[in-house]
Design a protein around this ligand. Structure first.
Ligand code: GLV
Length: 329
């Protein structure tokens, strides 16, 4: 309905999707590039029919319990750890996300991290800009081969599978652990199932994390798990910062327990500039941009808008994690 009200928590990320929604509904857009303050979020959740949010907007039980007219929250992300899904369902509020449109971009990026970490691409670039390239000498930059190595994937969902496909092109052996076994991926890619994560950690040269952040996966990688990895192995985290204990990761990197790590995600985000992890040369870090190609961000915006339109029209949403909320309001 044209008088349905939508609050959109950023203005500059998905302008086309916003313009599209603006042609149909009564929209209000937060104009800054940082999250709206908590008091405003609570106010908008109470006044509006729909929210279009980012992963850094906290949609918790307090907000959802007080949102009497809210029908749908469309998170422009596949991850939903910023939203209390049981509270949303209890309150009859549909929650949308964007699976199926970002996994290829995330897999491209994950492979970029693996290659950069293994072959010192970002490290070499940092050294040149710091004025350290004074003589032809490759020895300080000796890397590790990616081709022919073993890739361990934890979480074989859409992103993990897309990473595994790329690994095949690099003649990598793939071992994986996931909530459920995926025989079709084993057949297609020759990926080898391990029924415990520990085996993946100890066998792999590169361990790439692709499980969602849930109470079960929070700080799932800590000292015990890092100790299981080989001293020549690398950890890649593009899922959520809170899946890895940051102090224990620091100790493992500083102490040579593992060879290096690439992290696109931290806890908190942004990471404070004085965080000890940033002092390490064997850490490669990027600012939560694995899905951030122009094409994919546009697609995520379109899917978020489509989620809102469908929910407000009472139609099936393209990406909904709690369809059982329907009709509870
Ligand atoms: C990004 O982090 C996402 O969950 O889509």
């Amino acid at each position: 309905m044209p008088d349905d009200r939508i609050f959109i928590t950023r203005s500059h990320i998905i302008p086309e999707a916003i313009a599209y929604l603006d042609g149909i509904y009564d929209i209000e857009v937060w104009q800054q590039n940082s999250p709206p303050p908590r008091t405003l979020m609570l106010e908008k959740a109470q006044e509006c029919d729909a929210l279009l949010t980012e992963v850094t907007d906290i949609i918790d039980a307090e907000l959802l319990d007080s949102a009497t007219s809210l029908k749908v929250v469309a998170n422009r992300a596949v991850g939903l750890d910023n939203i209390d899904i049981p509270a949303a369902t209890r309150n009859g509020i549909l929650i949308g996300n964007t699976p199926g449109v970002l996994h290829e971009s995330c897999a491209d990026f994950t492979f970029g991290l693996i290659l950069s970490l293994a072959r010192n691409i970002a490290y070499g670039e940092r050294r040149i800009r710091a004025g350290e390239w004074k003589v032809f000498d490759q020895i300080p930059y000796l890397g590790t081969d990616v081709h022919g190595a073993t890739l361990g994937i934890i979480g074989m969902g859409l992103i993990g599978t897309a990473v595994a496909r790329r690994a095949r092109a690099f003649d990598m052996r793939i071992v994986y652990h996931s909530r459920s076994r995926k025989p079709e991926i084993e057949n297609e890619l020759g990926a080898e199932w391990r029924d415990d994560m520990d085996s993946v950690l100890s066998e792999a040269d590169y361990v790439s994390l692709h499980m969602p952040l849930t109470p079960e996966t929070e700080f799932m990688i800590g000292k015990r798990e890092l100790d299981l990895m080989q001293p020549t192995a690398f950890l890649i985290n593009t899922t959520r910062g809170r899946t890895v204990n940051p102090r224990e990761l620091y100790d493992a990197l500083a102490g040579g327990v593992i060879a290096g790590a690439a992290i696109d995600v931290t806890d908190p985000e942004p990471i404070p500039i004085d965080d000890p992890l940033l002092s390490l040369d064997n850490l490669l870090i990027t600012p939560h941009i694995a899905s951030a190609s122009r094409q994919t961000v546009r697609r995520m915006g379109q899917m978020s808008a489509a989620n809102i339109i469908a929910a407000l029209n009472g139609e099936p949403m393209p990406g909904c994690v709690n369809p059982q909320a329907l009709g509870k309001k």
